[in-house]
Design a protein. Structure first.
Length: 245
């Protein structure tokens, strides 16, 4: 094997608990396997703790009221079990950690009726921050691996700057907002408020439909679908094959 191939195998071994469980595939000496496993747990815990801190930053600002922060789940017994089965950077593992954080913070004293919506927002953001895998190649438009569209009953675009400034949410900021979360291959995360047409087009993408079929499902013209797909592709929400148009 080339040096690059060996390096890739070691990285895969450290990132994937399932590979570590198959001792026949160990790319290092058998005497070092236990140390490598311990190091893999350390890397994964640090990886998810960092992304929990960045993704749940709004709820963190309210820890004086709630007594909890998302990063605490990285030290829980449940997380230790997770480390023995996770694939670091996968969407499935990111979903597991997001639900741990949601459960942990949901059990706190809620600072307002909008608390569950804020946690939904932060969980969706976390999926972008903690997912590094790429989807399978397709000859049809497909969604980004972690891209998702969420409908909220609260005016989060207006509420988040207030929370970021450390101010309290006053009144009853109920207002529907549809947010699209995505991540580019370069790792840049986008959260954008989308209109009804873009939402319909995004939801019509299933990885098997052509542009014409997506347009028909969304109830828009083919040209509108093409323009919207190109815009969504720029933020990593959609993957468009070269010959899609």
């Amino acid at each position: 094997m080339s040096d690059r191939a060996v390096q890739d195998e070691v990285i895969r071994y450290l990132a994937d608990a399932k590979v570590r469980a198959q001792k026949s595939q160990c790319p290092i000496g058998s005497g070092e396997a236990a140390k490598a496993s311990q190091f893999a747990h350390f890397l994964a815990r640090r990886y998810y703790r960092d992304r929990l801190g960045r993704s749940f930053r709004y709820s963190h600002r309210l820890c004086g009221q709630t007594g909890r922060v998302a990063e605490q789940v990285a030290d829980a017994e449940e997380f230790d079990r997770f480390l023995s089965e996770c694939v670091m950077g996968s969407l499935a593992s990111a979903r597991q950690v997001a639900e741990m954080a949601r459960a942990h913070l949901s059990a706190a004293v809620q600072p307002g009726p909008w608390w569950p919506a804020l946690l939904d927002y932060e969980c969706a953001y976390f999926l972008q921050a903690a997912t590094a895998e790429r989807g399978d190649a397709s000859d049809r438009p497909s969604r980004g691996v972690s891209a998702l569209c969420r409908r909220f009953d609260w005016a989060l675009p207006e509420m988040l700057p207030v929370l970021r400034a450390g101010d309290a949410i006053h009144g009853d900021p109920r207002q529907e907002a549809v947010l699209l979360f995505s991540r580019t291959h370069a790792g840049r995360i986008f959260v954008v408020e989308v209109e009804a047409m873009a939402e319909r087009i995004f939801r019509a993408i299933d990885g098997a439909s052509t542009v014409d079929e997506i347009a028909a499902t969304a109830g828009v013209s083919v040209e509108q679908a093409r323009q919207t797909l190109q815009t969504l592709s720029g933020i990593g929400a959609v993957i468009i094959p070269d010959d899609a148009f």
